[in-house]
Every structure is written in structure tokens, then in C-alpha cells.
Design a protein around this ligand. Structure first.
Ligand SMILES: [Zn+2]
Length: 293
């Protein structure tokens, strides 16, 4: 148990016990600062994560500032690979401002970088964007699917209150080889459809929430080879830290809860998450990232 620096609200005073086998945080936003927080110090965030066995992270930048941040961070830190896209809530804003095409050109230019392994998060958000934004959001989703396929990158999908349309559009366009439902929020039936189609489900701290029975049911019903784990930090801290600022060093809390739900030992789940992540995103730079800090 190591004390850590804190400019964030409500974080636990000590790091969780380290995981027995190193894992990947499949989705984190080191560029995003919640109101009232200090910005993440990237090197510190990585160091704290590594101290508990979270040795590799997928840093996701999904607006133009976030993309610039991501491109810089993946150059500096071998523990990071990048995901870039225009978020489904961002696409209608850019379209209204008349700058969507320029923004697409920026995504496309950076997406070719070897350490950008993910196009995402893209998808549909019917919670924050009203009906007037739906057509442009759907076009944006199709554009990102096509980009991922052209470049041979994984796709990470944001799906908020839009399960049916997400599944339909993926089917219509043809999903990329490696397609991940980030922060999976569907039920058992949807999980089964995703698995049949070969998609991966990434579970966030939400799987630990008391009212998330559907998510736990979904988790128990899918093969271990399709399971990923993420924080979506700074959001969605797992129970018992719900409401606090989330950080990659809390992955062990979610992993241990998931192992309990699955009724398997923690090392088996860690091994699966690690192997699945590298199958989807490719290897991190092995020599420098493999050892524990
Ligand atoms: Zn996210």
C-alpha cells in the first residue's frame, strides 16, 4: 500500500494491492479534467498504474484538443498507445460550426501513426445529443468505421441509449476485424449478439455498481476471450469509490469484482485481459513496458 499524490476528489488514500499479472486499461482519458480537479500528471498516472500491475493503457482523445494531447503523450510514454476520433457528441457541434471536414482530415492524418491503434471512441449518443443531431452522428459513426477498416485499426464504440442503431449500423457497414464496445452498457441479449459477431466487450467500473445486475449477467454469459477491462477515467470509478475521480490504478478493484462475478481466480482473468488486449491493439513496446516499476 503506497500513498499517492492527489489533486483529485474522493480518491482512496492508498493504492489497491497489486494484481498478480500485469493488465491493460483499455480506455482512459488522461487529457480530461473533471471540474474541481487538478489535471492528471501523465507520468504520475502511469507510475501509479504500474505500481498495481496496470502496465499498459489506451489513451483516448476524442476531440481536437484531446487528439493533440494523445499524439504527444504516445510519443513520450511507451506504456501508452492511442485511440483517436471525434466523439459522437462532438460531431454535431463541429458540423454546426462548419469545421467537420477539416476535423476529419486531422483525425485521418494522425490515425496513420503506428502507435495509434484505435479509432475511437466513436458511435452514437442519444442521451446528450437530441434528435436533430442523429443523422450527422450516424454519418460520423459510418465515417469512423470506414477509417478503421481502411487503416486496419481497432474500433472503440461509445453507445449511450442507442444499442439498436449501433448494432444495425455496424452490420450495414461491416465491422472492423477488432471491434470493442467500450464501457459496455447492454444486457445479456445484446452481449450475446456482440459475441456472435466477434466483438469484444470492455467492462468499466459500472460493472461493480449495485444496480448493474444486467451488466454482471452479461459478463457471466460471454467467453473469457472477449472480455476487456477499462476505467474510462476520470469517470466511472468502481464501487466503493463511486463518484470519486477515477484513475487507472483503480483497475484492480474492477478486476477483482469481475473475477468474483465470474467465479474464477484473479490471475486467470488478468491473463485473459492482457492477451485479449494485445490481440486487439497489437503489442506495446515489450522491452520497456514488460517489467513492473
Ligand atoms: Zn471514454
Amino acid at each position: 500500500m503506497t500513498p499517492h499524490a492527489s489533486g483529485q476528489r474522493g480518491l482512496p488514500e492508498h493504492l489497491p494491492d497489486p494484481l498478480p499479472i500485469d493488465v491493460v486499461d483499455n480506455h482512459v482519458h488522461l487529457d480530461i479534467t473533471r471540474e474541481g480537479d487538478e489535471p492528471f500528471d501523465v507520468a504520475d498516472a502511469i507510475k501509479q498504474a504500474r505500481a498495481v500491475g496496470v502496465t499498459r493503457l489506451v489513451q483516448v482523445g476524442c476531440d481536437l484538443d484531446g487528439i493533440a494531447f494523445t499524439m504527444d503523450a504516445i510519443e513520450r510514454h511507451p506504456e501508452l498507445v492511442g485511440g483517436i476520433a471525434l466523439h459522437p457528441n462532438e460531431v454535431p457541434r463541429l458540423a454546426a460550426a462548419g469545421t467537420l471536414e477539416t476535423a476529419y482530415a486531422t483525425v485521418e492524418r494522425h490515425a496513420a501513426h503506428d502507435r495509434v491503434r484505435v479509432i475511437g471512441e466513436t458511435g452514437l449518443d442519444y442521451f446528450r445529443t437530441g434528435p436533430e443531431g442523429v443523422p450527422v452522428q450516424q454519418d460520423g459513426f459510418r465515417w469512423h468505421i470506414d477509417l478503421a477498416k481502411r487503416l486496419g485499426k481497432a474500433l472503440q464504440i461509445h453507445d449511450r441509449d442507442a444499442h439498436d442503431d449501433v448494432l444495425r449500423i455496424l452490420e450495414e457497414e461491416g465491422a472492423p476485424e477488432h471491434t470493442v464496445l467500450h464501457c459496455f452498457s447492454g444486457d445479456l441479449a445484446m452481449a450475446r449478439v456482440c459475441v456472435e459477431r466477434g466483438y469484444y466487450l470492455s467492462f468499466a467500473g459500472t460493472v461493480t455498481f449495485k444496480n448493474a445486475r444486467d451488466l454482471r449477467d452479461a459478463l457471466t454469459a460471454i467467453p473469457l476471450e472477449r472480455v476487456l477491462v477499462e476505467t474510462d477515467a476520470p469517470y466511472l470509478a468502481p464501487a466503493p469509490h463511486r463518484g470519486a475521480t477515477n484513475a487507472s490504478f483503480l483497475v484492480p478493484v474492477t478486476i477483482r469484482a469481475m473475477a468474483g462475478v465470474l467465479n474464477i481466480d484473479v490471475p486467470s482473468l488478468c491473463r485473459a485481459v492482457s492477451e485479449n488486449s494485445e490481440r486487439v491493439y497489437g503489442p506495446w513496446s515489450a522491452e520497456r513496458v514488460g517489467q513492473t516499476a
